[in-house]
Design a protein around this ligand. Structure first.
Ligand SMILES: CC(C)(COP(=O)(O)OP(=O)(O)OC[C@H]1O[C@@H](n2cnc3c(N)ncnc32)[C@H](O)[C@@H]1OP(=O)(O)O)[C@@H](O)C(=O)NCCC(=O)NCCS
Length: 169
């Protein structure tokens, strides 16, 4: 059975492990790198989990199988914008709807949960060619609204990034 919950500071070790796995196995999917985060002390992970952003975790048969971070922009002029990122599902748990469940929970949080009424738009970035992730976001109403050419560089290879957005009202 898969259940989604908001993770907290007490989940720091599990979140660190799954996040570092994602950065190692799918470096072209994220703006951050394994090298930048692997050296961080546990307190850094605990502070991230205790901060304003919400990290959602999918427990699959008792194992943390996937994560997603949802946040509201904090600056006054941008506060009507939400961001979704850090979406990662462990390879063993893919293609059984775990990311779908995480996205549903994030959209619920924005539309009728803790963040309800705060944001009018949600945005996210996806690497061009990551069709599984792009299809997932399109199923939740996100459309591509921009393309940043050669935005990412991983091991000397450049990747375009797509900016995707949906309205929340
Ligand atoms: C992209 C990613 C998050 C998708 O996670 P996932 O849990 O496999 O996603 P879902 O299971 O919800 O959907 C993925 C596919 O499985 C299919 N699926 C869902 N449930 C299924 C089931 N029970 N049986 C068969 N297929 C199923 C979906 O239709 C979807 O198909 P598509 O890729 O052809 O559109 C995952 O592949 C991943 O972590 N990739 C590496 C990191 C990454 O790219 N992150 C996104 C950054 S923007």
């Amino acid at each position: 059975m898969t259940t989604v919950r908001v993770l907290g500071a007490d989940d720091a070790v599990a979140v660190r492990d799954i996040r570092l796995e994602g950065l190692r196995l799918a470096p072209e999917s994220f703006g951050s790198s394994w090298e930048e985060e692997a050296g961080q002390p546990l307190t850094w992970w605990r502070e991230r989990l205790a901060g304003a952003a919400r990290t959602l975790g999918a427990d699959v048969d008792g194992v943390l199988g996937g994560i997603l971070v949802v946040s509201l922009k904090s600056r006054v002029k941008l506060a009507h914008n939400a961001e979704i990122g850090a979406v990662y599902v462990r390879p063993a748990f893919r293609r059984r709807g775990v990311a779908n469940l995480l996205m549903q929970s994030a959209m619920d949080m924005l539309r009728c949960g803790e963040f309800a009424g705060r944001a009018k738009f949600a945005t996210l970035h996806v690497t061009a060619g990551n069709d599984s992730a792009r299809g997932l976001y399109e199923r939740f109403g996100f459309n591509v609204c921009g393309q940043l050419e050669r935005e990412l560089c991983v091991d000397g290879i450049f990747y375009d990034e797509l900016l995707m957005r949906t309205g929340l009202s």
